[in-house]
Design a protein around this ligand. Structure first.
Ligand SMILES: Cc1cc2nc3c(=O)[nH]c(=O)nc-3n(C[C@H](O)[C@H](O)[C@H](O)COP(=O)(O)OP(=O)(O)OC[C@H]3O[C@@H](n4cnc5c(N)ncnc54)[C@H](O)[C@@H]3O)c2cc1C
Length: 359
C-alpha cells in the first residue's frame, strides 16, 4: 500500500514568520483538514499552484470514508475509472497528492481553529499548534476514529500487541494472531496474514459482512474461524508487558483462552464532528455553509470542500468534491496573494510556467 511520508515538503526551508511580539511560527500557505479523497485532491491542486501545503487527519491512514468504511467496495462514478476498488482509488489519490510534496500529519485531530489579528489561521491539534495563511476544511462527516474494543486492560496494550491499524505484514510473521471483526478489513487481514503468521484466529459475534469473494477465500483458508456469537472478554499480558493471550466467550457462554501475540481489532470507525461545531462556522445540519461560487466559509481565509460543505444543490460525491477542491484552492491562492491569477489554466500550462520560472 502507498503511504504518505510525514516529512516536510520540498519548497526549501520552511519560512519562519512571527505574529506581533509573539513566538515565531512556521506558517504554511494552505492547510488542509482531512485526508479523504477531497483533501488529497486539494493537496495535489494547491501543490500544483505552487503553495506550501500541510494536510492533517485524525486517522492513521489517509483516504477518509473510502479507507474507514468501504475499502473493498467498487466505485463506478469517478472520472477515468469505469470500476475501481475504493482502496485502489485511494492509492492513486495518494500518489497524485504527493506531486507538491505536502507535509503530512496523520493520527492528529484538529480541535481548535482561530483567526489571529494578522489574518493567520491557528489550528490547535491533539499534537501541536499549526499555522496557515489559508485553510481548506475537507472534514467529511467529522474526524474518524477506530471503534475501541471494550475489555479490561486492553487500552494499556495498544502499541504492545493490540492494533487498530495493521500496516506491515512482516510484523506478524510466525506470530499467533487474533483478529476481531466481520467486515472487509477483518476478513482481508485474516486471508493476508494466514500464509505468514504461525496461526490466525478470526473472532466475530455475527455473520461476516465482507465482500463475497473474500468470504469464500476465508472459508477455503486455514484461518481458525470462531463465529457467530463469539466476543473477546479479556486480554492477558506476559512479563514483558506485551499481549500474550485473549479470552473469548462463545454463543453458549463458554469462555476459552487462546494464545495471542498480536490482536488486530477491526470493528469499524466512528466519526465525530464535535470540535468543528465550535469554530464559528455557519452550520446547516452538521455541514459548513459555503458560498457555492468560491467555497469560502464565513471565516475569512477558510474554505471548505467535499462532504462537509453545504450550498444549494450540493451532491455528496467524490467527483463533486474534486471540483469543489479546485475552486477552494484557487480562491485560497488569491486570498493569500491578491495579485495571483484566479484561473491559472490547465495543469500543463501551470507546470510549464513553473518549470520556466525555475530555469
Ligand atoms: C458506504 C458508502 C459508499 C459510497 N460510495 C460512493 C461511490 O460509489 N461514489 C461516490 O462518488 N461517493 C460514494 N460515497 C460518498 C463518498 O465516500 C464521499 O463523498 C467522500 O468520501 C467525501 O470525501 P471527503 O474527503 O469530503 O470526506 P471523507 O472521505 O469523509 O474524509 C474526511 C476526512 O477528514 C478527517 N477529519 C474530519 N475532521 C477532522 C479533524 N477535526 N481533524 C483531523 N481530521 C479530520 C476524517 O478523519 C476523514 O479522514 C459513499 C459513501 C459511503 C458511506
Amino acid at each position: 500500500m502507498t503511504t504518505l511520508p510525514t516529512t516536510s515538503n520540498g519548497h526549501g526551508d520552511p519560512a519562519l514568520n512571527g505574529h506581533g511580539d509573539g513566538p515565531h511560527h512556521d506558517v504554511y500557505d494552505v492547510t488542509i483538514v482531512g485526508a479523504g479523497p477531497t483533501g488529497l485532491f486539494s493537496a495535489f491542486y494547491a501543490g500544483l499552484r505552487g503553495a506550501r501545503v500541510q494536510i492533517i487527519d485524525s486517522l492513521e491512514e489517509a483516504g477518509g470514508a473510502l479507507t474507514a468504511i468501504y475499502p473493498e467496495k467498487y466505485i463506478y462514478d469517478v472520472m477515468g475509472f469505469p470500476r475501481v476498488l475504493a482502496k485502489d482509488f485511494v492509492e492513486q489519490c495518494l500518489i497524485q497528492s504527493q506531486r507538491g510534496q505536502p507535509t503530512v500529519h496523520l493520527n492528529e485531530e484538529v480541535r481548535e481553529l482561530e483567526r489571529l489579528p494578522d489574518g493567520t489561521i491557528r489550528l490547535g491539534t491533539t499534537r501541536a499548534e499549526r499555522f496557515s495563511r489559508a485553510v481548506i476544511i475537507c472534514a467529511g462527516v467529522g474526524a474518524f476514529e477506530p471503534k475501541r474494543l471494550e475489555a479490561p486492560g486492553i487500552r494499556d496494550l495498544e502499541g504492545h500487541g493490540v492494533h487498530y491499524f495493521a500496516k506491515r505484514v512482516e510484523d506478524f510473521r510466525d506470530k499467533h494472531v487474533v483478529i476481531v471483526g466481520g467486515g472487509d478489513s477483518a476478513a482481508d487481514w485474516a486471508v493476508t496474514l494466514e500464509p505468514v503468521a504461525r496461526h490466525v484466529t478470526l473472532i466475530h459475534r455475527s455473520k461476516f459482512r465482507a465482500h463475497e469473494s473474500t468470504i469464500a477465500e476465508l472459508e477455503a483458508s486455514d484461518v481458525d474461524l470462531r463465529y457467530p456469537g463469539c466476543e473477546i472478554v479479556s486480554v492477558g499480558a506476559g512479563e514483558s508487558g506485551h499481549l500474550s493471550a485473549v479470552t473469548y466467550r462463545d454463543a453458549e457462554g463458554t469462555e476459552t483462552t487462546i494464545p495471542a501475540e498480536e490482536l488486530i481489532v477491526a470493528i469499524g470507525f466512528v466519526a465525530d464532528l464535535g470540535p468543528l461545531k465550535t469554530w464559528g462556522f455557519e452550520l446547516q445540519r452538521n455541514q459548513i455553509v459555503v458560498d457555492g461560487t468560491t467555497m469560502a466559509t464565513n471565516i475569512p481565509g477558510v474554505y471548505g470542500a467535499g462532504d462537509i460543505v453545504a450550498y444549494p444543490a450540493k451532491f455528496k460525491l467524490i467527483a463533486t468534491g474534486a471540483a469543489e477542491a479546485v475552486t477552494a484552492v484557487n480562491h485560497a491562492i488569491t486570498h493569500i496573494d491578491p495579485k495571483a491569477r484566479l484561473d491559472a489554466g490547465h495543469s500543463t500550462t501551470i507546470m510549464e510556467k513553473r518549470e520556466k520560472a525555475v530555469r
